[in-house]
Design a protein around this ligand. Structure first.
Ligand code: ZN
Length: 115
């Protein structure tokens, strides 16, 4: 299945391929503030459909995760990083996906409080 997503203003549009079976609600210092619900996919399953201009990158702590956000509207639809095996991953904020019923998706609480 291919899902489409975007920031609020449309400066960032993307599609992402995979089976959306659940998402993580993480309580780390940034996820808690943003309210992100994260779905992890291999990085090559994520395709930016816009130019990438005015896409900001925020990093903190060990600076291994690139938290992406739109510099126009401020919405943060995805992040990039690597999994423990070193595979490139994308973390999709499923709140930014179109045509999904958020209430029907299994949300798992994840304790990332130490970062
Ligand atoms: Zn935007």
């Amino acid at each position: 299945m291919v899902y489409q997503g975007s920031c609020h203003c449309g400066n960032i549009r993307f599609d992402v391929e995979g089976a959306l079976e659940g998402a993580l609600s993480c309580n780390c210092s940034i996820c808690q503030r943003k309210g992100s619900l994260l779905w992890f996919v291999p990085r090559d399953h994520f395709h930016l459909a816009t130019s990438g201009e005015q896409v900001g990158t925020y990093t903190f702590n060990r600076h291994v995760i690139k938290h992406k956000f739109c510099q126009v509207c401020g919405v943060a639809p995805y992040a990039e990083g690597v999994d423990p095996k070193g595979n490139a991953m994308a973390a999709i904020n499923i709140r930014c996906l179109e045509g999904i019923d958020l209430d029907a998706i299994l949300i798992t609480h994840y304790s990332g409080r130490d970062v």
